[in-house]
Write a protein that binds this ligand. Structure first.
Ligand code: KG4
Ligand code: ZN
Length: 358
């Protein structure tokens, strides 16, 4: 039995959690900085770092109290090492290093991207990871920082099939919301605004799908691009505003947002399920902040063939949290894969050739 403390600070959520044996979430405390960044229309890395500095201790205390444990009960400290915003990551990593020294515990550096995938297996799913019939597994990680497809084989060998060439899907939603003056963070606002709207009213492009009759280069089959959809929205917004005395008509907002969200969802679902068929996958995982999106979840539920197991990360573990870090960290712990006090944070996603939970 192992009790892992997780620490997360890669973006604008400060989080700490205690997880037993990689699956039993005893506590998951999250302090969101959304209100602090909203006035700037997006995350300001230096501001995030300062906020983490003040929030980490109270969040840690909350996680320990809710779990009903003391530092001496903890077996190891797992911390997000990257990818993410370097100033934000550094605060969490150094905080975790301080705990490791003060409490005399081993330190684990967790890859945030892999932790997002692991989030789909917390609580009731960890046994699935041990079953051969779970693989090949295809994970779509779709958040503010990532839109990537990772293929995982039964021996743990992994490879990235594709990723976004410009904006991440969450970023495309956040920027659209900002453009339309709807606020930050865009994903949940867009979902709410789109509710009940006509998704077919405006035909936004589906980049890199071949939908527009443009030949798709083989190397882009599983890559994504959302900048074109964003530009199409900008032109639509300008056109409609110019035709209406310089003001975008409020009555077009719902259908505009619904059609835009639909374009993003369509590309995500289409590419994921095409890859699932091509590689004969047995499990499809969808995780990351955008996986909270109701219409995206519904579309995956409706479109995934019944022969494929669909694991949508639970809503509470889609956006950044430390339970996924502690849960994933348990598997590094089992293999004694620790980092030393000289370890550094990293901003970009390294090439992933294996996952630690196998
Ligand atoms: O995973 P996450 O918390 O942070 C990153 O690692 O990026 O994801 C944040 C992203 C933001 O872009 C946010 O707008 C999006 O997830 N998001 C949503 C929803 N809730 C959060 N996107 C669509 N629908 C939602 N309900
Ligand atoms: Zn994240």
């Amino acid at each position: 039995m192992a009790l892992i403390l997780g620490i997360e600070s890669s973006c604008d959520e400060t989080a700490a959690a205690v997880v037993r044996d990689g699956c039993n979430v005893l506590s998951s405390a999250v302090a969101s900085q959304i209100a602090k960044h909203a006035v700037h229309g997006g995350v300001v890395p230096e501001l995030a770092a300062r906020e983490h500095l003040t929030a980490l201790r109270p969040v840690l205390d909350q996680a320990l109290a809710e779990a009903g444990v003391t530092p001496s009960d903890i077996d190891a400290i797992a911390v997000t090492q990257g990818p993410g915003l370097i100033p934000a990551l550094l605060v969490g990593l150094n905080f975790a290093k301080g705990l490791a020294i003060g409490w005399n515990k081993p330190l684990i550096g967790v890859n945030h991207f892999i932790a997002h995938i692991y989030a789909a297996f917390l609580e009731d799913g960890s046994r699935l990871l041990e079953r051969a019939d779970t693989y090949p597994l295809l994970a779509l990680v779709v958040s503010g920082g990532h839109t990537s497809l990772l293929l995982v084989e039964a021996d743990g060998k992994s490879r990235q099939l594709g990723c976004t060439m410009d904006d991440a899907a969450g970023e495309a939603l956040d920027k659209a919301s900002k453009l339309l003056g709807l606020g930050y963070p865009g994903g949940p606002i867009i979902q709410r605004t789109a509710d009940g709207g006509d998704v077919t009213r405006y035909d936004f492009p589906r980049p890199l799908t071949g939908a527009a009759g443009k030949a798709l280069a083989p190397e882009n089959k599983y890559n994504f691009s959302f900048s074109g959809v964003k530009t199409a929205l900008l032109y639509h917004y300008r056109r409609q505003s110019e035709a209406n005395g310089g003001v975008f008509p409020a009555e077009l907002m719902k259908d505009t947002v619904a059609s835009y969200q639909e374009a993003v969802i369509d590309v995500l679902v289409r590419k994921t399920l095409t890859a699932a068929r091509e590689f004969g996958v047995r499990t499809v995982v969808v995780s990351g902040g955008v996986a909270c999106n109701g219409p995206l979840r519904t579309r995956f539920e409706q479109s995934t063939p019944s022969s494929i197991r669909l694991r949508l990360a639970p809503g509470k573990f889609c956006t950044d949290n430390a339970a996924m870090v502690a849960g994933c960290g348990y598997h590094y712990f089992r293999k004694s894969r620790f980092i030393n006090l000289g370890a550094d944070s990293f901003a970009r996603l390294p090439m992933i050739t294996e996952v630690p939970f196998l």
